[in-house]
Write a protein that binds this ligand. Structure first.
Ligand SMILES: Cc1cn([C@H]2C[C@H](O)[C@@H](COP(=O)(O)OP(=O)(O)O[C@H]3O[C@@H](C)[C@H](O)[C@@H](O)[C@H]3O)O2)c(=O)[nH]c1=O
Length: 368
């Protein structure tokens, strides 16, 4: 039985989260959510980021009292040498920590408890995640010699670190009234119109997808960038309208997904949020040059459709693969009722596992 999400297995701790923005918004998106969730549960958080620009819209007001956002540039230009490391150091997505900071961690460890050093990894449904979650990487050389680093893998099964899910999130999302939310957001929605959100990478087969949409009045809510631009480039049939969204703060983005009928999401964080929204979704995976994303997509689809009827499973698999350019068959929408049931059943399955921060707190308590 999972422990309640609010359980605090440790006294409030001081956390240092290091984030390097490689591309897009997922790196800072995940780190900002983690920082907020820890802060809400009473912890002290410093978020070190090389490029905080996206926080201007992602975080209301560009930040939040109680979470200290600090700049760092690279391994050489890190925090000042006299910066005291916190109790837990999170190296997000394998970003290399500044050497001066690692040296400060080692110094702390020589006089008291060593900071718990974690590498928070990318999310995947592939089997290696269960094998790798929680593994130790002892440091034999360099400024951190003698310290241990631990691998923490988010994931979809109980043997992984779980998914970020703030206490009360689902209750909040399920309580939203669509018409009220949309009117507050300044979105003109005509009752009866299907609502579809779209957040994707360039290259999604938009024209084909628009043709495959069910022939019913539909309002497309498109995120800034590739989604808005590629829909604007199309000649829309009369039953489809487009509303181009601005970038929304994270909480509003989560709410948007919860009031839509279908969500097309991408990357890592919006993909997870679509699962908490409990609405049918299609995932645009971040594509990698070596093609490894195909295996990652299939591993997720396999788990996700495992409880569905054969027809829904096949339709959804084909739609997700086609959206990602991995399938040549014509684009088709899965049958909506079966797809909705599957999405809710999947969310229920995920809710049976502890959220990532709860698991992280237990993990840290064990290692200290
Ligand atoms: C469109 C929109 C997004 N967001 C947030 C949600 C997420 O936190 C973030 C988007 O991140 P993602 O959904 O993960 O998609 P992304 O494509 O921006 O990020 C990706 O970057 C690559 C480098 C990584 O390898 C991928 O795994 C992924 O993280 O932006 C808002 O808060 N408001 C908005 O209006």
């Amino acid at each position: 039985m999972p422990a309640p999400a609010t359980t605090l297995p440790t006294a409030p701790l001081r956390w240092d989260i290091f984030c390097r923005v490689i591309d897009n918004f997922g790196d800072i998106g995940v780190c900002w959510r983690l920082a907020r969730d820890l802060h809400t549960r009473g912890h002290q958080v410093r978020l070190w980021v090389d490029d905080p620009a996206a926080l201007d819209w992602m975080a209301r007001g560009g930040g939040q009292p109680g979470i200290e956002v600090r700049r760092w540039m690279d391994v050489a230009a890190g925090p000042a040498a006299d910066t005291m490391p916190g109790d837990v150091i999170v190296e997000a997505f394998g970003c290399e920590l500044p050497a001066s900071f690692i040296a400060a961690m080692a110094k702390t460890a020589s006089t008291g408890p060593a900071p718990v050093w974690l590498n928070l990894e990318y999310l995947s449904a592939e089997p290696y995640v269960e094998r790798s979650h929680g593994l130790k990487s002892p440091q034999f050389s360099g400024p951190g010699a003698g310290l241990d680093k631990w691998f923490f893998y988010p994931g979809f099964t109980p043997k992984t670190g779980g998914l970020l899910r703030e206490p009360g999130l689902i209750e909040h999302l399920d309580s939203l009234d669509r018409a009220t939310w949309l009117s507050r957001a300044g979105i003109h929605w005509q009752p009866g119109e299907s609502l579809v959100s779209l957040f994707c990478y360039p290259g999604a087969p938009i024209a084909e997808w628009l043709q495959a949409l069910p022939p019913e009045p539909t309002l497309l809510l498109t995120a800034p960038g590739a989604a808005t631009q590629s829909v604007e480039a199309q000649q829309l049939p009369s039953h489809i309208r487009q509303h181009a969204l601005p970038f929304l703060p994270q909480e509003s983005f989560d709410e948007l997904l919860a009031v839509c009928d279908v969500n097309l999401v991408r990357g890592e964080d919006s993909f997870v949020r679509a699962q908490w929204a409990g609405r049918p979704f299609i995932w645009h995976i971040y594509s990698q040059e070596d093609g490894v994303h195909a295996g990652k997509l299939d591993a997720f689809i396999d788990r996700h459709v495992a409880g569905a009827s054969a027809a829904v499973a096949e339709q959804l698999r084909a739609a997700m693969r086609r959206w990602n350019g991995l399938d040549a068959s014509p684009m088709q929408w899965p049958e909506r009722a079966g797809w909705s049931d599957l999405t809710l059943a999947w969310r229920q399955e995920l809710l049976a596992q502890n959220d990532l921060v709860t698991q992280l707190l237990h993990f840290v308590a064990e290692k200290r």
